[in-house]
Design a protein around this ligand. Structure first.
Ligand SMILES: *Cc1c(COP(=O)(O)O)cnc(C)c1O
Length: 379
């Protein structure tokens, strides 16, 4: 070989042009950089109470069998999820995190020339999955920042208007990350019902438990709509309130015909045995969920009361995090908080350079955040 080897020139152009996902900064990394041992991470919407204890015990027990391949069909977990949602196990697709399922959906329905619609400020994985599958992403404008009810929320009319004959997918996060905004059940269901027959709609309910705890029956539970809409896919995850983000497990609920397509392309053993066992046990550990939701509610109330005093305008949220407007470029505040051992999330890559996303932590973690903000004000 004489010319210099240039893999980027050889790669599929859409892949070479991908901007990688920017995760929250790991705790361990900041602690190494600062030489401290007590940094606080409020950057990835993890459960601050840790994993479900029942889930952790089940994962430990499962590790004793890790010389065996996992159950690629996920029999026990699918049965438990089917029972929970009142659907047939054939409606369930398991994934290595719900991220995995989102990628499978994009792979199944997109190709060059085909389009996917999502909202401005939507979860970053949707555009990535669309582009990696060779599809074209269309971002519909969000509601304006001065909208009286749902600033920066999803605009269902704009999403519907972005659908063309080439559209195959619409992605909606309800509640959305990083904005925390949500859609009312009747409006969302009307949107689903009105989509043309060549479009599959994905409703990502990663924060459903928080939304329901906050809004009760006014929180859309789209899994309950599956029998009416064969073009609907609902995704859920064990990464948030169940506290299993590091094990990587999530799932989709859909008509069995869509689940069949997704199962054709998923890797045979995409979910590991510790995750399968932990998820099944965590699903039954409702005491832990209740405690987690209590901690979240108390933390959110505290943040909503305290943040404005630090010049940070909080948005309404139905999740375990809050988006704040910092009133100017957010980067200096992000860096100042890092230097004080507090990791929050930058959202410039979501088109929100004047904002930060703060995960609701334990009372002690919120103390640290508020103390850091107070110290910064003093200069
Ligand atoms: C965190 C999150 C997920 C979950 O990702 P996993 O891959 O299941 O960890 C999915 N969708 C949204 C909107 C999220 O914020």
């Amino acid at each position: 070989m004489t010319a210099r080897f240039a893999p980027h020139a050889l790669a599929v152009p859409a892949i070479a042009a991908l901007e990688p996902y920017q995760p929250g900064k790991p705790l361990d990394e900041l602690e190494r950089e600062l030489g401290i041992g007590d940094a606080v991470k409020l950057a990835s919407n993890e459960n601050p109470l840790g994993p479900s204890p029942a889930g952790l015990a089940a994962a430990r027990a499962a590790l004793a069998e890790c010389s065996r391949y996992p159950d690629g069909g996920g029999f026990h977990l699918k049965r438990a999820l089917a029972k929970r949602h009142g659907v047939d196990p054939a409606c369930v697709t398991l994934g290595n995190g719900s991220n995995d399922v989102l990628v499978l959906i994009a792979q199944a329905f997109l190709a060059p020339g085909r389009e996917a619609v999502y909202s401005a400020h939507c979860f970053a994985v949707y555009p990535l999955a669309v582009q990696a599958a060779g599809g074209i992403g269309r971002a519909a404008p969000a509601l304006p920042d001065d909208h009286p009810a749902m600033p920066l929320g999803h605009d269902l009319e704009a999403l519907a208007a972005a659908v063309t004959p080439a559209t195959r997918l619409v992605f909606i996060a309800n509640p959305n990350n990083p904005t925390g905004t949500w859609l009312r059940p009747a409006a969302l269901e009307s949107f689903v019902a009105a989509l043309p027959g060549h479009v599959v709609v994905v409703i990502d309910e990663a924060y459903f438990e928080y939304h329901q705890a906050r809004h009760g029956a006014a929180a859309a539970d789209a899994a309950g709509w599956l029998a009416r809409y064969p073009h609907l896919v609902v995704t859920r995850t064990f990464s948030k309130v169940y506290g299993l983000a590091g094990l990587r497990i999530g799932y989709a609920l859909s008509d069995p015909a869509i689940a069949d397509l997704l199962n054709r392309i998923r890797q045979p053993f995409n979910v590991n045995s510790a995750a399968l066992a932990a998820a099944e046990a965590a699903l039954a550990d409702q005491g832990f969920i209740a405690r987690s939701l209590d901690v979240n509610r108390a933390g959110l109330e505290r943040l909503a009361a305290a943040l404005p005093g630090h010049g940070l305008r909080p948005y309404p949220t139905a999740g375990n995090f809050v988006l704040v407007d910092t009133g100017g470029p957010a980067e200096p505040l992000y860096q100042s908080l890092l230097r004080r051992g507090v990791i929050v999330r930058r959202v410039g890559n979501y088109g929100l350079p004047n904002h930060l996303r703060i995960t609701v932590g334990t009372a002690a973690e919120i103390d640290r955040l508020l103390a850091a903000l107070g110290a910064l004000a003093l200069g």
